[in-house]
Design a protein around this ligand. Structure first.
Ligand SMILES: C[S@@+](CC[C@H](N)C(=O)[O-])C[C@H]1O[C@@H](n2cnc3c(N)ncnc32)[C@H](O)[C@@H]1O
Length: 273
């Protein structure tokens, strides 16, 4: 019996070391920008939804004198990696689903989520959960990559793949990544003082190998796509992506700007409307 392709996730998250080389080194750069946008105050209880290997969690523990930080993720190897990385007694890691948070209403002063909602098909449920567990007056802040227009190092691969195989559907439209979509969902969840913005980091690679080899871990959407190609198709893709990376110059450093959509909103005072 063949598997229903709709039931097969279009990405893999399982190898924490592989994720660190692929994205963790860049999400560390994004974390302080997201914290600055979302705000923090001493003594607060803060939730990190989809902590992965802990880039945002560690940045939160360093950013303010918080009372407590709780970090959750569905992938156990990531949670274990993040737990080993942070020895701060204020930080607690748990395996949990963002769409069914195991916390009472109004347990936190703030919830953050970085680069997670785009991987959750019913991401509105995760936003509703963040709103539920944040106290009135507290804030819900999240970021996702602008996968269509703001991630050229990823588009380079998807676009080459799409040219080599015209039947290939480039996965450029993900939940929450359309312009204004986050703000619309924040409003729909009854959050107020909603603001959506763009956050920019640069991804700098030392060489083509530094750019390409992390995908061979199989992590994330591109990693899964690359390792599942037949060897000849993978070699052909690699060759064309290499030419695009080099752009007729010698191999060496290349820098790509990357833009994340970020949105923040406040839980209104008073009962839920
Ligand atoms: C691109 S990673 C981001 C990790 C981390 N926040 C960072 O910025 O490095 C996406 C994360 O979302 C997590 N994730 C996906 N679906 C989830 C869900 N339903 N509940 C909790 N975490 C989820 C994955 O396990 C993965 O750790």
């Amino acid at each position: 019996m063949t598997q229903d392709p709709r039931s097969v996730p279009a990405f893999t998250f399982q190898d924490a070391e592989g994720y660190e080389r692929l994205m963790g080194r860049w999400s560390r750069r994004l974390a302080p920008l997201l914290i600055e946008f979302g705000g923090l105050a001493p003594g607060e209880r803060v939730l990190d939804v989809g902590c992965g290997t802990g880039s945002l969690t560690v940045a939160l523990q360093e950013a303010a004198d918080l009372a407590a930080i709780t970090a959750i993720d569905v992938v156990e190897p990531y949670v274990s990696f993040a737990r080993a990385r942070s020895r701060d007694p204020r930080v607690t890691f748990e395996r949990a689903d963002a769409r069914a948070l195991p916390f009472a209403d109004a347990s936190f002063d703030r919830a953050f989520s970085m680069l997670v909602l785009l991987f959750i098909p019913d991401a509105e449920r995760a936003v509703a959960e963040m709103r539920r567990v944040v106290r009135p007056g507290g804030r819900v802040t999240a970021a996702v990559w602008d996968t269509f227009g703001g991630a050229p190092q990823a588009r380079l691969i998807w676009d080459v793949a799409g040219v080599l195989d015209p039947a290939f559907e480039r996965p450029l439209f993900r939940p929450m990544t359309a312009p204004g979509e986050m703000a619309q969902v924040w409003h729909a969840q009854g959050l107020v003082e909603v603001e959506q913005t763009s956050l920019l980091i640069r991804m700098e690679f030392a060489s083509f190998d530094d750019y390409w080899s992390p995908y061979l871990s199989g992590e994330g959407p591109i990693g899964k796509f690359v390792v599942e190609l037949a060897p000849a198709a993978r070699a052909r893709l690699q060759d064309h992506v290499r030419r695009a990376y080099l752009a007729n110059r010698p191999d060496g450093p290349r820098s790509f700007p990357n833009v994340a959509w970020a949105c923040r909103g406040t839980v209104p005072d008073g009962s839920r409307s």
